[in-house]
Every structure is written in C-alpha cells, then in structure tokens.
Design a protein around this ligand. Structure first.
Ligand code: FAD
Ligand code: NAP
Length: 535
C-alpha cells in the first residue's frame, strides 16, 4: 500500500449527515478517513438552507440519527418539526460528541477523482490545489445540494438583492420596508413565503405550478410526548417505512373503500397534519381515479383557507397528488389573505425577463428590491457531476450517465471500482426519510469494506449484468406509478437538457429486502478483485 501524508484509506466528499456518519463509522473501523467539504461549516443541507421558515418535514424525533441509543436519549428536540438552526445545532453536537471535526477539511471542494488502474487508488484533486490518494472514495455530496437558478433573460442587469434559498446568507438580509419577489412554490417557497411576508413591505409570489400542501400542525414537543417516544424508539422509528407513526400506511386502496371511509381517513390525516397523506391509500400513486379523490379533498381544503375564491383557484393544483414532492406548511395559504401579498401566475405567462428594477411578466414590470429564488436544485446527479470523476479507461462518469444514472443498488456503478454513492440514484433516497437511508448506506458500505478485508479483496465493483438488471428493475417499478404524469425534479424536468429518467427507487421495504439478500448471497452482483498484485 502506498503511504504519505496525502494518502488515506477513504476520502469522503461532503460533510452533511451522510459524510459525517461515514467518517464516524469508518474511523471506528480503524481506517484513515478524510472528509472534504466545500462549505465553511459542516451540516450540508442544514448549513446552506438558512432561509426564513426552513424546517424538516419529517418529524424531528425521526429526522435524526439512530445509530447510537445514547445520542438518541440525550438529545432534546423542541418542536414537532425542528427549525434549520436547531438541526444544525444537533449536527454540530454530533460532530463534537464523536470528535469528527479533526478529520473534516472545510472550504475545500473536490474537483476531480481519477482512478489509477495500475495501483487501484483514486487520485483526488481539491480546490486548495492539493492532490490526495485513497483506496475508496465516498460521494456524500447530497441529493439536493446543487442549487439551481434558471437562466432568466436580463438577470445580470437586476440591481436589487438576490438570494437562493439553498445558499441563504448566514446573516439573514433585512427585508423590512422592501418589495420582495419569490420565484417558486415548491417546499422551499411554501416554507419561506409566510415568513417573508411578515418581514417584507410587499411580497410578490411568482408561481408557475401550484403545489399541494397540508398543514404541518407544528407545535412544541411536550417532554412527556418526547419521553414516550424515547421509551419505545426502535419500534416507532421502524413505523411508516422509517418516517415514524405519522406515515404508517393505511393498508387499503381508495378503490376498495366507500366514500365515507375515504373521507374518514383523509379527515383524520388532515387533523394530524404532516406528510401522512402520502400513505393514506396504497393505490394513491398508481390509480388516477383514486388519486383524484385525494387531490379533490386537498383542493377543497385549500379553498377553505383562502378568502378570495379566484385566488384560491389559482392556488389549487391540477396535477396528481404526490407526483411532485408534497409540501407541508404553516399558514402558507392563509398568507395570501394578507394585504401585502400578491400572486403572479407565471404558468400561463412565463417570466419574460429581469430588468434593472424588477421582473417583467406579460408585458408588465413588477418592481422589486429583492428577489428570492426558491427554484430548487439539480437533484441527485448535480453535485456528483460537478466533480470530474474518471474510472477505468479514463471514462468520465458524467458521460457514462449521459442518458440517465446507472447504478447497482444506488451504491456503485460499473467501471468505477471502490467508488460509492450514499443515497445515490437507483436507491429510495429522496422518497425516504433521508437519515434512515443515509444510515443504511453508510452501514452497508462499512460492512462491505470489512467483508473485503476478510476476503482479502482490493476492489469491489458491480457486474455489468447486475447493474443492467437493477436499472431495468428500478425503471419497471417507476413505470407503474403516476410520477410520470407531471414535471418534477425526480425526473430531472427542472434542468434543461437533463434526461427524463425517474431517479429514485420506488419501494422502501423492497429495497431493504434486496440489499439484505445481496449480502446474504455473498455480495451477489458484485465482483471482488483480489489483493495480490496491488501496491
Ligand atoms: P447534504 O446535506 O446535501 O450534504 C452534502 C454536502 O456535500 C454539502 O455540504 C456540500 O457542500 C458538499 N459537497 C458537495 N459537492 C462537494 C464537493 N465536490 N466537494 C466538497 N464538498 C461537496 N430530507 C428528509 O428526509 N426529511 C426532511 O425533512 C428534509 N428536509 C429538507 C429540507 C431542505 C430545505 C432540503 C434542501 C432538503 C431536505 N431534505 C430532507 C433532504 C436532505 O438533503 C437530507 O435529509 C440530508 O440532509 C442529506 O444529507 P447528505 O449528507 O446526504 O447531503
Ligand atoms: P422545487 O421543489 O424544485 O421547487 C422549485 C420551484 O421553482 C417550483 O415551484 C418551480 O416551478 C419553480 N421554478 C423553477 N424554475 C422556474 C422558472 N423558470 N420560472 C418560474 N418558476 C420556476 O425546489 P425546492 O422547493 O427547493 O424543494 C426541493 C426539494 O427539497 C423538496 O422537494 C424537498 O425534497 C426538499 N425540501 C424539503 C423541505 C422541507 O419541508 N423539509 C423544504 C425545502 C426543500 P415548477 O413546479 O413549475 O417547475
């Protein structure tokens, strides 16, 4: 094995929940690990997304690590859905508790990773001009970490302030007395709009596609409620496919329920609030008629929340419920009842251009002092492709995935031995509670490295047939869903030129079963390269 100050067993790219846990797990195995993080702090999503109103939408008690029962017991969440500062404090606590910071190099972007086939080692180049080598590279770069600002005409001319929700400044801008425009009504828009409306003199929302949102019913977490969860944590964490009891699936289809039963299920889930609508019926995302009943219910509720009936109609989506990632909110629709908030429909008349002083839609300029881009991310592959990753024969990963990502289990891709993705495309990732999936992948990778040591393997890489079969299988699962019926970032629709491929794997329990089977069958579908001959 080569050695030297710049040589590591494992290089991890990114210091969010995934990178930090990978560091902890792999260092606990005695490996030399170095983490590079582009930001000047740890936390990933929760370091970057500091916009007003930013919170998790999976309940805090379940949106947290489960790997150490002592950590689980000692941390106290204050609200049903924790705010961004609280989640960041939690991540910082974890980093200090497990002494992680000493192996994390901040303000350092990984620019390239190139496989040296002769030695089997990865050569990594970072933005500080240094070169590193490692046997393994783990891409913990995040599914939603590459922020997207559309290429609007005239944007460079705009003289006002501009902020993307996913790159919000640490010192939050003072919006008092200002005319603020928000572009985008996905989760980030829906969370930030009520808060921005409280601060701005006037808030103009530029909405291209309305979204479904269900009240979060956020509230302080009573100590007794928290203690009750902690007393039964493992069982409760396993409920709702890892989302906790609120997402515990109702095992019935809409099509086999009476209208009264459908109403009762939806009323109950509405009263509880949160993402539970997603698991209200098993046919929600496969049967258009069933989906329509649920969508009608949510639309009726939106109408109840907005005073102006015409405005309410503009806010009612006509897409399939759950086709885009559903949102949960605190007073989102009620915000449109405020006198200082207006909605501009940019679905019918797209944004024409920016001027020095505002945004032009349908020939009319909306004067603005500040523009907030709640325009989302180049999801799942954006941050991976920003790194120049070259595997066997110098093949560029971006080129290999030109027609869509190809992985085996979302963990690895043929031609790039010893390179792993955490929550990569082809795994449930963004359809799951991400922390569960992160823990599952990191632990799988750690076990795999251990198994490699035991069998004396130098490298692991999927077999071509296994990868092809996995891509086909994942596509077949997605093909039966209604996810194709709308434009979404799951499909790459928000990024011009991105191939239209459904990137996450549909089916959390099935995925769990498949992963376990692969390991039980001696890492079926993976090829191990023996240690002999490797320097
Ligand atoms: P990230 O947290 O995205 O961290 C990746 C890190 O890698 C970033 O810090 C980035 O700077 C760094 N990086 C990327 N490329 C490079 C490079 N080349 N070199 C160096 N560093 C690099 N999921 C849920 O399950 N529940 C929720 O409630 C939830 N809420 C969310 C709210 C928001 C506003 C957003 C944007 C996402 C949310 N998500 C949620 C998804 C969230 O991204 C994951 O839950 C989780 O935080 C991802 O952790 P990660 O470590 O995989 O990636
Ligand atoms: P998003 O869901 O992709 O929403 C982007 C919004 O910008 C959409 O409304 C989109 O409209 C609009 N938009 C994009 N380009 C536009 C253009 N050229 N003109 C006008 N409008 C344009 O992004 P996001 O809201 O940041 O959320 C991304 C994901 O992050 C979420 O789905 C979720 O997984 C996660 N997240 C979670 C939370 C949470 O609640 N915990 C909060 C934020 C984010 P179209 O719909 O018409 O494309």
């Amino acid at each position: 094995m080569t050695s030297g100050t710049n040589d590591y067993d494992v290089i991890v790219v990114g210091a969010g929940f995934a990178g930090l846990y990978a560091l902890h797990e792999l260092r606990s195995q005695g490996r030399r690990v170095r983490v590079f993080e582009a930001g000047d702090g740890i936390g990933g999503t929760w370091f970057w997304n500091r916009y007003p109103g930013a919170r998790c939408d999976v309940e805090s008690m379940y949106y947290s690590y489960s790997f150490d029962p002592a950590l689980e017991q000692e941390w106290r969440w204050t609200e049903r859905y924790a705010t961004q500062p609280e989640i960041l404090r939690y991540i910082e606590h974890v980093a200090d508790r497990y002494d992680l910071r000493r192996d994390v190099q901040l303000e350092t972007r990984v620019e390239s990773a190139r496989l040296d086939e002769a030695t089997g080692r990865w050569h990594v180049h970072t933005s500080d001009g240094r070169d590193w080598t490692a046997r393994f590279v783990i891409m913990a770069t995040g599914c939603l970490s590459s922020s997207n600002v559309p290429d609007f005409e005239g944007l460079a001319d705009f003289r006002g302030e501009q902020y993307h929700t996913g790159r919000w400044p640490k010192r939050s801008p003072d919006l008092a007395g200002k005319r603020v425009g928000v572009i985008g009504t996905g989760s980030s828009g829906i969370q930030s709009i009520p808060e921005l409306a409280k601060q701005a003199a006037h808030l103009t929302v530029f909405q291209r596609t309305p979204n479904y949102s269900v009240p979060a019913n956020n509230a302080p977490l009573a100590p007794e409620a928290q203690a009750a969860v902690k007393a039964d944590y493992a069982r409760l964490r396993a409920m709702g496919n890892g989302f906790g009891p609120v997402l515990e699936p109702n095992p019935y289809k809409v099509s086999e329920s009476t209208p009264e039963q459908v109403r009762a299920v939806l009323d109950e889930r509405w009263a509880v609030g949160g993402l539970g609508f997603l698991s209200a019926f098993t046919d929600l995302l496969v049967a258009p008629d069933s989906n329509r009943l649920v969508a009608d219910y949510v639309r009726d509720r939106i109408r109840e929340r907005v005073d102006d009936p015409e405005l309410a109609e503009q806010l009612c989506p006509d897409t399939v419920y759950g086709c885009k990632r559903p949102c949960i909110d605190t007073d989102y629709y009620e915000t449109y009842n405020r006198p200082n908030v207006s909605l501009v429909d940019v679905g019918r008349h797209p944004i024409e251009r920016f001027t020095k002083t505002g945004i032009v839609v349908d020939g009319r300029e909306h004067p603005l002092d500040v523009v907030v881009f709640a325009t989302g991310f180049d999801a799942m592959t954006g941050s991976i492709f920003k790194v120049d990753i070259r595997g066997r024969g110098g093949e560029l990963l971006r080129e290999k995935w030109e027609a869509g990502p190809r992985t085996y289990l979302g963990l690895q891709t043929v031609g790039f031995p010893n390179l792993f993705f955490v929550t990569g495309p082809g795994s449930p990732s963004v359809l799951s509670n991400m922390i569960n999936s992160i823990e599952q992948h990191v632990e799988w990778i750690a076990d795999c490295l251990q198994a490699m040591d035991e069998r004396g393997a130098a490298a692991i890489e999927p077999e071509r047939g296994a990868e092809d079969a996995w891509v086909e299988h994942a596509n077949a699962l997605a093909a039966h869903t209604l996810y194709w019926s709308c434009s979404s970032w799951y499909l790459g629709d928000n990024i011009p030129g991105k191939p239209r491929v459904f990137m996450p794997y549909v089916g959390i329990p099935l995925y769990r079963q498949k992963l376990a089977e692969v390991v039980a069958k001696g890492y079926e579908g993976f090829a191990f390269e023996p240690l002999s001959g490797r320097g």
